[in-house]
Design a protein around this ligand. Sequence first.
Ligand code: GLA
Length: 389
Amino acid sequence: MIEKITKSFIDKYGVAPTVFRSPGRVNIIGEHTDYNNGFVLPAAIDKNIYVAISKRDDNQVNLYAADFDEDFSTGIQNIKKAAVQWPNYILGVIDQLQKEGCNLGGFNLMIDGDVPIGAGLSSSAAVECATAFAMNQVFSLGLDKIKMVHLSQKAEHVFAGVNCGIMDQFASMLGKKDHVIKLDCRNLNYEYIPFKLDNYKIVLFNTNVKHNLASSEYNVRRQQCEEAVAIINQFHPEVKSLRDVNKDMLDKYIATGYPLIYQRSKYVVEENERLLAACKDLEQGNISALGQRMYQTHHGLSMEYEVSCKELDFLVDYVKKIPGVAGARMMGGGFGGCTINLVKEEIIEELINAASIVYEHSMKLPLTTYIAMIENGTGDCKQKENLLT
Ligand code: GLA
């Protein structure tokens, strides 16, 4: 991929680029908790977005997306939201950098990668983080990774219109090989936990469903959580987010008057507790306990938080009956994308074959599968000198 993007870049712009990469992510447990100041347990994976970049002498900004075979050009003094979506993940970051007072000039930027789009593996966060990292290096901006995480998240809010939490950008930027990140979204304290699964691997099943509902319903869930906090805050001024809420408070102030809000906030409060227990399971190497908690999370996401869909539910139900699958659940924002499964190595091939047939037959959609390895976060890529001559 590095060679491919370097070659295409030279063919297109006639100069050698510097190449950077930022990975997609998985999340073991802790879903829809990040924007509630809760905990998440993500990791960066071996699928990346690559950004090749070279500075220009003028103020021109030329972008090219290999996936769409599309160009987009503008001026560095004229960065605004584009009508097509893909440039917005790049322009949104440039906009944020400029708002921070960074002095940027023109550049050529090409983007390519193997993070599937719309699969819930955070391809958009990977584009934002790769762009932020590339700009930081090429224009010597002196930003640290946490600053770039914040800028990338803000770019998603302002230019992509999704009021996302911080998990995806954090995991993409700060992932560590063979470790999951236990991230406290209240204060961004984090800890790397070794992800040792004996002979289990992370297998992703992509439903190939991309629901338009995803971004609008995501923002609605966020508002519902904020509503619960606002109600409780009237009685407990110290409560600033669902992180500060316990089940007694929910029962006392929310249960009777606000059944839907109760359902949503109860899931979030329980998910935070589940994550802390899951970290203990992981430390003790208790994969089957961890797996059971993933099933519980799926149940909550499907029945209480209501962000699943029939294809995701089908895949989780299907693997539940199979010995050798420790646990599974839908992953990410929901309404489509992937399930994450912990699967014993020796049954992976058989499981993928069987699940593909059953899924395609029942849901009339292809099943795409990936075995995810945990890798390092955002970084630069070594260039092959011979390509540049
Ligand atoms: C999306 C968002 C994240 C997070 C998850 C749900 O991936 O970008 O911030 O909220 O959904 O856990």
